[in-house]
Design a protein around this ligand. Structure first.
Ligand code: FAD
Ligand code: PHB
Length: 388
């Protein structure tokens, strides 16, 4: 098989890149280790920045998001039982869209099917060869037989545990990492959300987040320890732990019910540098991870893909390598800003230690955020997403 761009991974990064390349008339094949149904069963991000929405529109897959997604003009932060609102609309004139990654992935898959572009699911033993040559190659097993693809470029969109980043010689890559001693236990339930807006909760017992997927479907998270066993979290225990962390109004409005999904995600900050190695370009979680507190993971995957799709389009249309040469530098400049914001928000909102000094500093910083127009504006700018 031969293609122009071989894409590893059918998560949001790989699917969106495939769609944008297709719009530019650039041939691409996606190789995905899992089945399509498995990819759609993963419940992850929920907040879509304006620039990501624009990119989804450009890819021709934004219609359902605009119809079913919820436009949020602000966010609420609850500190020890008292709620504060930060209005994006008033402070920076922008909004975000609450629309689940599962739905967005489905829209991208449907768009790809309509375009007739190939995705090979259940592709096993994917291996990258000759990435520093003019003729990179991918080998894999699918349908019970060994296959290979030769291409001009490889896009490594295969997430944090993927094969692409691991294929790079150790001396060519630098990694920067911080692992937090905590995770998020999340549940999805067919119950109305407690509020029209997301509530980020800072509480002595630990962080909580009240989010949503629709007016009838809620997504909640609780800070948990890394050693936590999901089996020891029946739904009743989750609701009982959540309630005391909420303010009185939210507690009264909370509708509990059976969970339809429950999972634990560890919190990590990670950046691999550079993001390009010869013909291999890393994008999304394959190159960097943010803790979910700032709602940036999916949006960063989209901004990488924006830079990469433009660079590849420029290369094929004008034979210019300028965008490809600058890809890593451009993407990383944006990545580090989101890393900073996500780290800052994580340190601000979680119970990180028993040290009363740490606790009081968090409260002082939150107080500053609520009192200072400059601090609130900086928060809003980062949350709604910086321009490309
Ligand atoms: P992924 O979505 O990870 O997609 C990578 C794809 O590559 C996967 O489909 C995988 O199966 C495939 N793949 C992996 N290895 C191979 C291989 N060897 N060969 C072929 N295919 C391969 N962000 C938020 O903003 N809010 C959240 O609440 C949130 N929760 C999260 C919870 C979890 C458990 C995780 C892991 C992430 C979460 N994120 C969240 C982050 C957000 O979901 C990611 O940033 C986003 O999915 C990145 O998209 P991606 O396409 O780069 O990677
Ligand atoms: C979610 O709805 O899943 C969600 C929202 C905001 C975050 C993280 C996750 O910061």
């Amino acid at each position: 098989m031969r293609t122009q761009v071989a894409i590893i991974g059918a998560g949001p990064a790989g699917l969106l890149l495939g769609q944008l390349l297709h719009k530019h008339g650039i041939d691409n094949v996606i190789l995905e280790r899992q089945t399509g149904d498995y990819v759609l069963s993963r419940v992850r991000a929920g907040v879509i920045e304006q620039v990501t929405q624009d990119l989804l529109d450009e890819a021709g897959v934004g219609a359902r998001m605009h119809r079913d997604g919820l436009v949020h003009e602000g966010v609420q932060i609850c500190v020890d039982g008292e709620r504060h609102r930060i209005s994006f609309k008033d402070l920076v004139g922008k909004t975000v869209m609450v629309y689940g990654q599962t739905e967005l992935t489905k829209d991208l898959m449907d768009g790809r099917a309509a375009a007739g572009a190939p995705t090979i699911y259940s592709a096993h033993d994917v291996a990258l060869h000759d990435i520093f040559s003019e003729r990179p190659r991918i080998t894999f097993r699918a349908d019970g037989r060994a296959q290979d693809i030769s291409c001009d470029f490889v896009a490594g969109c295969d997430g944090f545990h993927g094969v692409s980043r691991k294929s790079v010689p150790a001396g060519a890559i630098t990694t920067n990492e911080r692992v937090y001693p905590l995770g998020w236990l999340g549940i999805l339930s067919e119950t109305p959300p407690v509020s029209d807006e997301l509530i980020y909760v800072r509480h002595p017992q630990g962080f909580a987040l009240c989010s949503m997927r629709s007016p009838t479907r809620s997504r909640y998270y609780l800070q948990c320890s890394l050693a936590e066993d999901i089996e020891s979290w029946p739904d009743e225990r989750f609701w009982e732990e959540l309630k005391p962390r909420l303010d009185e109004e939210a507690r009264e409005r909370l509708v509990t019910g059976p969970s339809i999904e429950k999972s634990i995600a560890p919190l990590r900050s990670f950046v691999a540098e550079p993001m390009r190695f010869g013909a291999l370009f890393l994008a999304g979680d394959a190159a960097h991870i943010v803790p979910p507190t700032g709602a940036k993971g999916l949006n960063l995957a989209a901004s990488d893909v924006q830079y990469l799709s433009r660079a590849l389009a420029e290369y094929y249309a004008e034979k210019s390598r300028a965008g490809l040469e600058h890809y890593s530098e451009r993407a990383l400049a944006r990545v580090w800003k989101a890393e900073r914001f996500s780290w800052w928000m994580t340190m601000l909102m979680h119970r990180l230690s028993d040290n009363s000094f740490d606790h009081k500093i968090q409260l002082a910083e939150l107080d500053y955020l609520f009192r200072s127009q400059a601090a609130a504006t900086a928060f809003a700018e980062n949350y709604v997403g910086l321009p490309y």
